[in-house]
Design a protein around this ligand. Structure first.
Ligand code: PGA
Length: 251
């Protein structure tokens, strides 16, 4: 099965409405037709205008950066998966380490969000990854395996097909420290094997596994050349159109 290559931007809490429009305009001007699916993970307020600015682009899709685990109701200030879908986003980033760290999200909660996202037609980009001390104690593969089990292994194979994985070592996010291509490949292969054991080799082969953590134009190519690295989830470098598009062109 051929895997979809993806470069997804995660703007995090950056860009007001006008700045967001400006960035999307630049990205769309610079993007060349290619096999790579580009996803923009914007704050909620941008999704609707981003959708109307990019409706004609079949290789550019939109993601929210979170959604609530419940379908609807009295949850002041929250945004539901159905609301996100209704403004034209097809993806949602879930399990990001910043949500785990600053908002107390654990895999049990993330599993509920995954279910609600899928039930509302959103494809989750599920983030997993270890902190530095876990890597130093050589427990990184075991930790990521347990994250996958806890958040995703209750799904049916049909549901799992909708999942995109993003391996993001926490020590590499926003730090300028990038996993080496070998470190990324080791983990991506371990993730694929783990998926294979649970869901079978075909599904594992078809699963897109992204790398995230200080991925930049100068290191994207060596990371993306690894056999099990199918693209990237890009934070800081997604805020500059030329850097982001250079990463898209790094395969
Ligand atoms: P970074 O962020 O590229 O700025 O390290 C990646 C992410 O958090 O998804």
């Amino acid at each position: 099965m051929k895997r979809q290559l993806i470069v997804a931007g995660n703007w995090k809490m950056n860009n007001n409405y006008e700045e967001g429009r400006e960035l999307i305009k630049k990205v769309r001007e610079m993007l060349q037709p290619s096999q790579v699916l580009v996803i923009l993970g914007t704050p909620y307020i941008h999704l609707m205008s981003a959708q109307s600015m990019t409706t004609d682009m079949s290789n550019l899709k939109l993601a929210a950066q979170n959604c609530h685990q419940e379908v609807s109701g009295a949850y002041t200030g929250e945004i539901s998966a159905a609301m996100i879908k209704s403004v034209g986003a097809d993806y949602v980033i879930l399990g990001h380490s910043e949500r785990r760290e600053y908002f107390g999200e654990d895999d049990a909660l993330i599993a509920k969000k995954i279910d609600t996202a899928l039930a509302n037609g959103l494809r989750p980009i599920y983030c997993c990854g270890e902190k530095l001390e876990v890597r130093e104690s050589k427990k990184h593969v075991a930790l990521v395996s347990s994250q996958l089990e806890a958040a995703l292994f209750h799904l049916s194979p049909e549901q799992f097909k909708e999942i995109i994985i993003a391996y993001e070592p926490v020590w590499a996010i926003g730090t300028g420290l990038t996993a080496s291509p070998e470190q990324a490949q080791e983990m991506h292969l371990a993730i694929r094997k783990k998926i294979g054991k649970k869901f079978g080799a075909d599904l594992a082969d078809g699963t897109t596994i992204l790398y995230g953590g200080s991925c930049k134009p100068n290191n994207a190519n060596t990371l993306f050349s690894q056999p099990d690295v199918d693209g990237g989830l890009i934070g800081g470098a997604s805020l500059k159109a030329d850097d982001f598009v250079a990463i898209v062109n790094s395969f």
